[in-house]
Write a protein of this length. Structure first.
Ligand SMILES: NC(=O)c1ccc[n+]([C@@H]2O[C@H](COP(=O)([O-])OP(=O)(O)OC[C@H]3O[C@@H](n4cnc5c(N)ncnc54)[C@H](O)[C@@H]3O)[C@@H](O)[C@H]2O)c1
Ligand SMILES: O=P(O)(O)OC[C@H](O)CO
Length: 334
């Protein structure tokens, strides 16, 4: 039987712990708040993030990272992307030799523009064969109540990808493998920025044509950056690209979309941040993505406008006007 540690017990970590247990693993979920760990052990619910879904008996919780990581052969990481590096400074020395790291995160590190698998490799000092990334259209709430969905397990090592695939295959979650770690991670990070824009459109009262145009052109700029970095263009037509973009931009369950919707209704960045209880990764990933694009001379006009709304106070309607008034060009250009 596999032994998995999931760090931490936020929305997706808690639901993924359920997935792993439903697929047969013994799971220890690390909750920073001891009251959450006690509730999971006593009542099988996470009262903060998933109060109405019973977690399987195979999920146990602890507020000690050492206890969570002891004997784990899968180390599943679900923290806000900006916190990962400092978490690993504490956690990596507690991880056993040979354990596989699984990233559930969809963000880019501010300052370095590194992807989460790159942060893991660097901060934990492990090779790419010991790292996998799980990404796809996986709104935690829907997976929690077992609505059928698919996802991607990406790793540079086929053996690692297959092992993680087997570890999270349940009747309601169908994992596919992919060797393109870069493309899968970029798809997950950029879709959060595009979902902020989708929310803004909703907040401003625009309709389905606007949303479909945004999703399609958002995918175009994702693929432009990805291929310039060396990703497989096919990845962006898959679950971690188009699939996740459609799910996140279209669902009121998305934190990024909801965040954008508030901006679209006229709230400021600080006002929305003050209300936000869960992470909206696009807010902090926007600039590191643009830094990558600028370094390569890649155009990402939607991401650029989202950044201006977030950090320059540009009214969302002005951002739309700027996007629409650019010189029209061919649909496809690299
Ligand atoms: N929720 C989803 O539907 C979903 C689905 C797929 C991927 N993801 C990705 O998973 C990652 C985690 O998202 P989430 O939904 O679980 O977020 P969340 O906001 O629900 O939970 C974040 C968790 O991280 C912990 N945390 C916050 N700051 C921390 C810090 N400084 N150090 C250590 N732990 C800290 C919190 O205690 C909490 O347990 C994100 O990158 C997100 O994009 C989320
Ligand atoms: O709630 P969001 O916006 O972080 O999106 C959640 C997942 O990434 C959807 O696949």
């Amino acid at each position: 039987m596999r032994r998995a540690a999931v760090l931490t017990a936020g929305s997706w970590g808690t639901v993924f712990a359920k997935v792993l247990a439903d697929a047969g693993a013994r799971v220890t979920l690390f909750a920073r708040d001891r009251a959450i760990a006690d509730a999971i052990n006593g009542r099988h619910v996470n009262p903060r993030y998933l109060a109405d879904v019973r977690l399987p008996d195979l999920v146990r919780a602890t507020s000690s990272p050492e206890r969570a990581l002891r004997e784990a052969d899968l180390v599943v990481l679900a923290v806000p992307s900006q916190a990962l590096r400092s978490c690993l400074v504490e956690w990596a020395p507690l991880v056993g030799p040979g354990a596989v790291y699984v990233s559930l995160m969809k963000g880019m590190e501010a300052g370095s523009s590194r992807r989460m698998s790159e942060v893991i490799a660097q901060a934990a000092g492990v090779g790419p064969e010991r790292i996998a990334v799980v990404s796809g259209p996986n709104l935690a709430r829907e997976i929690a109540v077992e609505h059928p969905a698919a996802t991607v397990v990406a790793s540079a090592s086929a053996a690692t990808a297959h092992a993680v695939q087997a570890a999270c295959w349940t009747p309601y979650l169908r994992p596919y493998t992919n060797a393109d770690v870069l493309g899968c991670e970029l798809g997950g990070a950029v879709k959060n920025v595009i979902a902020l824009a989708a929310g803004m459109l909703e907040g401003m009262g625009f309709g389905t044509n606007s949303l479909a145009s945004l999703i399609t052109r958002g995918l175009a700029e994702t693929a432009r950056l990805g291929t310039a970095l060396g990703a497989d263009p096919m990845t962006f037509a898959g679950l971690a690209g188009l699939g996740d973009l459609v799910a996140t931009c279209g669902s009121p369950l998305s934190r990024n979309r909801s965040f954008g919707e508030k901006l679209g209704r006229g709230m400021t960045l600080d006002q929305v941040l003050a209300e936000q209880r869960q992470v909206a990764e696009g807010v902090r990933s926007c600039r590191p993505l643009l830094a990558l694009a600028d370094g390569l001379g890649v155009s990402m006009p939607i991401t650029r406008q989202v950044e201006r709304v977030l950090y320059e106070g540009l009214p969302p309607l002005e951002a739309v006007k700027d996007l629409m008034s650019r010189e029209p060009g061919p649909e496809y250009h690299l």
